[in-house]
Design a protein around this ligand. Structure first.
Ligand code: F6R
Length: 338
């Protein structure tokens, strides 16, 4: 099976963090007469980006259920920033650097005087930020944004360390071990993909592994062109679960379980309930000694499952034509002004 850029993930993670500027906290900018001082205290981190870039925010949010993150992480997937921010750091992530929503959010952040760090391979985001002296971390390219995930995530983690949001350095290598372990499971990935044929996967995750669920759904959509649903518990256990025996048919329940996740016992009850309705779920256990290791293991392994599924379906995995068409129509109709 062709697993595209996955074998490069460990090196993408390692190379990308070399580009995080050492002097990030000593940057001081004057933008239209407004001073933006990167040494000042922040009280939140907004991670803005879409799709394969935006999922970095979901992953960091997961990790902060385990780490002692000093400020809230706000995941923003929109063309505007959330309202009522006080002293945020804005991390704007766009693999291509040409995603209008992310460019608009980064621009808004600068207008409001917030410190911004860009993570991209280039594009308009890099020009917009670079021209004003805003730090931009240029990362290595991959075959499509989603295949470059470690190059977008790892610099984000180092930025969090530099802003004393979380202490992550000691865990970075374990995340790479998680990727490497998953790369050794290509055969089981094909077996799991087989079980998903002719179904709509329903991916059950806990709040602290929401990012793994969202990423898996996105990979099913983009690699295998396969529709799927994510249900996050406990909330999903108060609504989605009522449709476990739906007459719509074809649902394939999958429960993602992390090692020692706080909500693990809750998921065991969920599995019993789903099974009692004769809809026995597939259980996917995330392996890893640290939160990052388990997260990277799950994301890598499930990503490979979606490539295996694409292979079984005879679908070309890399291209995502409807997304490209949307982006070019948005630009043609000048929906966004930057
Ligand atoms: C993933 C993918 C999309 C993009 C999204 C945003 O491979 O192609 O989900 O990530 O359209 O584009 P970027 O990441 O370039 O900002």
């Amino acid at each position: 099976m062709n697993i595209i850029d996955y074998p490069r993930w460990p090196s993408l993670a390692r190379e990308s963090i070399l580009n995080v500027p050492m002097d990030l906290r000593s940057i001081k900018l004057n933008i239209n007469g407004r001073i933006i001082d990167y040494s000042e205290e922040i009280d939140s981190v907004v991670i803005t980006g879409m799709g394969g870039s935006g999922v970095v925010g979901d992953i960091v949010n997961d990790l902060c259920w385990f780490w002692d993150c000093r400020v809230p992480i706000i995941v923003s997937k929109n063309m505007r920033l959330p309202r009522r921010l006080s002293k945020p750091l804005v991390i704007a992530i766009s693999y291509s650097g040409n995603t209008a929503e992310t460019i608009m959010s980064a621009n808004e952040a600068l207008t409001k005087g917030y410190p911004v760090v860009g993570i991209t391979t280039g594009g308009k985001l890099s020009t917009l930020l670079g021209n004003r002296g805003v730090p931009v971390i240029l990362v290595p390219k991959a075959s499509a944004p989603r295949y470059g995930l470690p190059a977008l995530l790892y610099p984000t983690l180092v930025i969090l360390e530099r802003f004393s949001v979380a202490s992550v350095t000691s865990e970075l290598e374990s995340g790479i071990s998680g990727i490497e372990r998953a790369l050794g499971h290509v055969d089981d990935a094909t077996e799991l993909a087989n079980q998903l044929l002719n179904s709509v996967p329903v991916v059950w995750v806990t709040e602290s592994r929401r990012g793994v669920g969202i990423r898996f759904k996105n990979d099913l959509n983009e690699n295998a062109k396969y529709y799927s649903v994510v249900s996050v518990v406990p909330e999903g256990a108060h609504n989605d679960i009522a449709a476990v025996i739906t007459k719509q048919g074809g649902l394939r329940h999958m429960v993602i379980m992390g090692p020692n996740d706080y909500e693990g016992l809750y998921e065991e009850v969920l599995i019993d309930v789903i099974s009692s309705f004769r809809a026995k779920p597939i259980i996917i256990k995330l392996e890893g000694k640290t939160p990052l290791e388990a997260e990277m293991y799950g994301i890598t392994y499930l990503g490979i499952v979606t490539l295996a599924l694409a292979g079984l379906l005879g679908v070309e995995p890399v291209s995502t034509e409807p997304i490209d068409r949307l982006k070019s129509l948005l630009s043609e109709r000048r929906i966004f002004q930057v």
